[in-house]
Write a protein that binds this ligand. Structure first.
Ligand code: PMT
Length: 405
């Protein structure tokens, strides 16, 4: 599997649920999968190639006997290159063709030619799904190694009720993630990521915090999971949904984050401390609401530095990466923090710039390592997360500690 952009072939067949495949393409692209869409003739009655092309960024395949794109037998080439074939929605007709080994259009020919793992998400009338012929075809596909996700029960487009609804995008993505992760270079490895801000209580109504949205840390957790790792994500309060397949631990204060991180650190092969941990907490927080006053001051004390503590505990076989929020002179501060906190890498970002660091969808970083530094970005946080992990895997000293044995 290409860790940079695994290729998913998405076959959309002719069901009312075909429009839901557009959302699938968008979500797969967000998760940094390359998506090549194939529309059957039936699918084209419900959705247009143009919409899929716009979302996937690739020309949609529809015709087996296309003189241009098929000059080099493109469907065979695609069948070989695919990291996974996703059929969503899958009709009873296409399942029957695949089970029988028929090959009379682009989708069925590709399914016969490929040796890549297959994930099928059926959608059809409940009687068609329950019919012994379809059940037997589903069983045949499973026997040959395909995974089938859904269908769900509920109201169907035909006005009837029962099993036949295309399962949710979340379910399809979760199934796909676990299939692609099993082949990734980080499979069998434990990755611990921290994300988001911490909050320190002042009184019953107020707290001290910072601008971290959690996006960078969540992107790292998702990228590590996609590369096959078992990921634990310790996060402060954020408004983000958990990436499929990632184990999430919610915390609020720096002290809670420290406890959660220490619980998972020993078994972690790679720890990435992306959270913006509060440096200070109140000496004496109160449970009532403090009254407004002309003269108001807070008595603060330092929180323990979690990253520095991990730097002391770190074994030779573990990899430790910290982030650093800076407002200038990135290389100087990144190297100084790397040494002080005994991290393998410090990834520094400039949080004084409008489009990097806190909250936005983009980031730009300078990575300080043992031998010097390199820069990445500006780019989407999802892309940056993947590139950082790829660079870690390629690092001559750190990569061998992380790559699947
Ligand atoms: O969440 P987003 O909106 O996507 O924004 C991303 C980010 C800007 C928060 C992220 O890219 C980032 O820079 N995270 C680190 C923020 C930070 O706390 O930087 P720092 O320079 O104050 O700390 C350096 C390192 O020490 C960090 O790894 C931090 O987690 C760690 N630290 C700091 C204090 C403390 N008490 N314990 C720690 O472990």
């Amino acid at each position: 599997m290409d860790p940079k952009e695994p290729l998913i072939l998405l076959i959309v067949s002719g069901s009312v649920a075909a429009y839901k495949a557009l959302e699938l393409v968008r979500r797969l692209r967000e998760q940094a999968f390359g998506v090549q869409v194939i529309l059957t003739a039936g699918a084209q009655r419900f959705v247009t190639p143009l919409s899929f092309q716009a979302l996937s960024g690739r020309e949609v395949k529809t015709e087996l006997f296309d003189l241009g794109s098929e000059a080099k037998i493109g469907h065979i080439d695609l069948a070989r290159k695919a990291d996974l074939i996703l059929v969503a929605p899958a009709t009873a007709d296409l399942m029957a063709k695949a089970a029988l080994g028929l090959a009379d259009d682009y989708a069925s020919t590709l399914l016969l030619a490929t040796q890549s793992p297959q994930l099928w998400a059926p959608a059809m009338n409940h009687a068609m799904w329950s019919h012994p012929a379809t059940q037997q075809n589903a069983a045949t596909l499973k026997t040959r190694g395909a995974t089938i996700v859904g269908p769900d029960s509920g109201d169907l487009a035909c006005g009837e009720e029962g099993p036949g609804r295309l399962t949710s995008t979340e379910n399809i993505l979760a199934a796909l993630q676990s299939m692609t992760a099993a082949k990734g270079p980080l499979s069998g490895k434990q990755v611990l990521v921290t994300a988001g801000p911490t909050r320190e209580k002042i009184d019953a109504a107020r707290y001290i915090s910072n601008h971290s949205s959690g996006k960078m840390g969540f992107a790292l957790a998702q990228a590590a999971q996609a590369l096959g790792a078992q990921v634990t994500l310790v996060t402060g309060p954020v408004a983000l949904s958990t990436p499929p397949g990632v184990q999430r631990v919610d915390v609020v204060t720096a002290q809670e984050m420290m406890e959660a991180v220490l619980q998972h650190f020993e078994t972690s092969d790679l720890t990435i401390k992306c959270a913006a941990v509060g440096d200070y907490r109140l000496k004496n927080p109160v449970d009532t609401k403090l009254k407004k006053a002309e003269d108001f001051s807070l008595d603060l004390t330092l929180n323990e530095d979690i990253l520095a503590r991990l730097g002391q505990l770190k074994r030779e076989d573990q990899v430790l990466v910290g982030f650093a929020a800076e407002t200038g002179d990135l290389a100087h501060w990144a190297h100084s923090k790397r040494q002080r906190k005994a991290a393998d890498w410090i990834v520094a970002n400039d949080v004084s710039l409008a489009d990097t660091g806190f909250d936005g969808d983009q980031n730009q970083v300078l990575v300080a390592h043992e031998k010097g530094e390199f820069e990445l970005g500006p780019m989407a946080k999802s892309e940056l997360a993947r590139q950082l992990l790829t660079r870690l895997l390629e690092d001559p000293k750190l990569g061998p500690k992380l790559r699947q044995n």
